[in-house]
Design a binder for this molecule. Structure first.
Ligand SMILES: [Zn+2]
Length: 407
């Protein structure tokens, strides 16, 4: 086994641990290994793409292929600490790239290995890694429909839209593509009469009747609602290039049928990795509560889903909107518990899931009260109490020396 293969294997083990710990919130992660011209050792350059919003497998590959070559500045060797430049013409320039992207829908990590030499890709290897670390080879790139056949999920709903419209255009009748159970892309010619509208509705009802889930509440969202609602980012204008103008200029219906109940179940399932629950008052209430018995926050999961349907995300892609809610709860809990321990001159109670009230040990008067979720986001891990106090004191009018509230 060569040294770059060793390096990749070490990284894969680390990655498995990351996926187990972070579940659907795990970021894309990768490394580029480049041979240092001075000491000949493979030097590792980490690459993470926090907003891993890929429109297709070829889109991801093209970003990876240009990751190192579009980098400005020198590369510092991790072994001899010598700095070297990327040759302008890319000649005699050889490196390996390993990249991983988690597919929460099928609980598999999609990993890619790329070899680049002289500015060209000499080979690409794909693999699926399951939770037990078992590897299944996967040839990439491949068509979305093949990707689903091999992995059990679409890589990108956006690419699925393109493929679907290529097959259906010009749209002559009602047609649908199942993305996952209870999530469908739908097209229909323009509806000009009540009769046509009735027929469109009947086709939709028939379609969702095929779903194996027993819920019957579905939402429809047309891609063009992005214009009505003045969405600016991630609309079909950005990712449906070939059909963007056709859709904009015609009254063809192109939208998604999906179920908020099913999305709720997906969120519930994905949150099992974290020590929190998901609840709602009644099965059809669109407001969900995420948290534990003391700390919790609420969000409108139906609204998140509709947003996702318009922006080309599946149920699992829509989890990107739930992630900040999870982070908000984690920070509220962490901050609340630390303050309780540190501010020993007060008695403290949590109410409404994220409000803290401080009273003097004797007496009922509330000295201080604030919303934990309204505090600015804390970027660093504040392991030391002194760092934590330095961060929070000015936000809540706390004297950092005496640990008492300023009156
Ligand atoms: Zn070196």
């Amino acid at each position: 086994m060569t040294s770059w293969e060793h390096e990749v294997r070490d990284r894969q083990q680390f990655r498995s641990q990351m996926v187990r710990n972070f579940g659907f919130t795990v970021m894309d992660h990768g490394v580029a290994l480049i041979r240092c011209p001075s000491c000949n050792v493979l030097s590792a350059i980490n690459s993470a793409f926090p907003d891993s919003d890929w429109n297709s497998v070829p889109h991801l590959l093209s970003v990876l292929e240009t990751f190192l070559e579009s980098r400005s500045g020198q590369i510092v060797c991790t072994s001899c600490k010598g700095a070297f430049d990327m040759p302008a013409d890319k000649s005699d320039f050889e490196y390996w790239l390993w990249h991983s992207h988690f597919l929460p829908e099928v609980r598999q990590d999609l990993q890619l290995l790329i070899h680049r030499k002289n500015g060209n890709t000499s080979w690409v290897e794909g693999m699926l890694v399951n939770e037990a670390g078992e590897i299944t080879p996967l040839s990439v790139p491949m068509a979305e429909s093949d990707f689903r056949g091999r992995t059990g999920c679409f890589f990108s709903v956006r690419q699925a839209w393109k493929d679907f419209l290529s097959e259906q255009w010009p749209v002559a009748g009602f047609a649908a593509l199942e993305i996952s159970d209870g999530y469908y892309l739908v097209v229909n010619p323009p509806v000009d009469s009540d009769k046509e509208l009735q027929s469109f509705k009947e086709n939709c009802v028939k379609l969702v009747g095929k779903s194996t889930s027993n819920n019957n509440q579905y939402e429809f969202a047309d891609l063009s609602w992005a214009d009505t609602w003045s969405f600016e980012e991630n609309t079909y204008h950005q990712w449906l290039n070939d059909f963007e103008a056709d859709l904009e200029d015609s009254d063809v219906i192109a939208g998604v049928l999906a179920s908020p109940q099913q999305f709720y179940s997906v969120i519930e399932n994905e949150l099992r990795t974290f020590s929190c629950w998901l609840r709602r008052d009644g099965d059809t209430n669109q407001i969900a509560f995420l948290g534990d018995d003391d700390y919790y926050v609420s969000f409108d999961y139906r609204e998140y889903l509709i947003n996702a349907m318009i922006k080309g995300y599946s149920y699992w892609g829509a989890l990107r909107f739930v992630e900040p809610v999870l982070e908000s709860w984690e920070q509220a809990r962490e901050t609340g518990e630390r303050l309780k321990k540190l501010l020993i001159d007060y008695s403290c109670t949590v109410y409404g899931g994220h409000f803290l009230q401080f009273r003097r040990k004797r007496g009922k008067k509330i000295i201080k009260e604030f919303d934990l979720t309204a505090l600015s986001e804390c970027e660093d891990d504040l392991d030391q109490d002194s760092d934590f106090i330095a961060w929070i004191a000015p936000l809540i009018d706390l004297n950092p020396e005496t640990l008492k509230f300023e009156s």
